[in-house]
Design a protein around this ligand. Structure first.
Ligand SMILES: CC(C)(COP(=O)(O)OP(=O)(O)OC[C@H]1O[C@@H](n2cnc3c(N)ncnc32)[C@H](O)[C@@H]1OP(=O)(O)O)[C@@H](O)C(=O)NCCC(=O)NCCS
Length: 135
């Protein structure tokens, strides 16, 4: 059974081992992943209540009272296609959706996923230090 939680303090790094950061050349460690979640303004987790394993997370890094940036969303492969990803975004928007801007960056294939949730496509500029977590 999937439970949604909004306090990353309830999960430990060992529950974040394996499967996350699909396709990242230098995936962050579970400890860094947890530190990231705990420093986020809002982090919504979908947890398998039987194993307490984190299934995934939508997080928001606060940008102040007006704006918000939400960098990470991932549902582990075996849990995809059950509406968990959309529910994580809905719950995040319930918390910060009244800001002037809520921004994220995604691949073109995911535009329909976010359009279903009220998002509109735009153009982004970004800086990436892809090996930052391996330094
Ligand atoms: C994107 C992701 C979070 C979706 O999670 P999910 O739990 O499978 O999504 P849902 O079950 O809530 O999907 C709901 C809808 O979105 C669509 N959708 C899901 N993943 C999609 C994808 N990768 N591309 C396009 N559409 C997608 C589904 O087809 C479904 O539409 P339907 O209801 O019309 O069938 C998941 O595929 C994932 O973790 N991918 C790898 C990481 C990633 O790309 N994250 C996004 C970073 S911006």
């Amino acid at each position: 059974m999937i439970e949604y939680r909004e306090d990353p303090g309830v999960i430990s790094a060992e529950k974040l081992v394996g499967g996350f950061f699909e396709g990242w050349p230098f995936p962050p460690s579970p400890e860094l992943h947890l530190a990231h979640l705990r420093s986020a303004e809002v982090a919504v987790l979908a947890v398998n209540a039987e194993t307490e394993h984190g299934r995934r997370i939508r997080d928001a890094i606060g940008g102040g009272a007006l704006t918000c940036f939400t960098p990470l969303l991932e549902v582990l492969p075996e849990y995809r296609g059950r509406g968990i990803g959309q529910e994580l975004v809905r719950r995040l928007l319930a918390r910060i959706g009244d800001r002037y801007s809520i921004d994220l960056v995604c691949d073109p294939g995911l535009v329909p996923f976010y359009e279903c949730l009220g998002g509109v496509p735009g153009t982004a500029m970004m800086w990436r230090n892809r090996d930052a977590v391996a330094r």
